[in-house]
Write a new protein. Sequence first.
Length: 128
Amino acid sequence: MSKLGGVDLGGTKIQTVIVDGEHTVLGSARRRRRPAGARPTLAEAIEGALRDAAAAAHVEPAQLAGVGVGSPGTIDGGTVTSARNLPGWQGSFALAPTLAEAFGCPVALGNDVQSPPTPSSSSARASL
């Protein structure tokens, strides 16, 4: 059965989850978001939190079929721009391709208010 990762990126925390094909939660992790972090550092923190959730689920990150990320800001494909409630965020950052490279699976990126992103969402998917 396929395993999927989910990320909720907020101004004060990064919440991650691993679910199975029936959306049963297998593991989760939460990290405080450090203030005024650089965007690549934030991507590393997301990666670490998702790896923590995978460990809690007893799942190897390489087994993930895809990852969905809900992020504040303007989403254009796999890029986040104007994430004003994330301290220190300025400009644009290709978050989905960065995470897709780290995990070797498709990453869907969506605005955290509009709709939950899923790895099968074609409008905001980045893959290797």
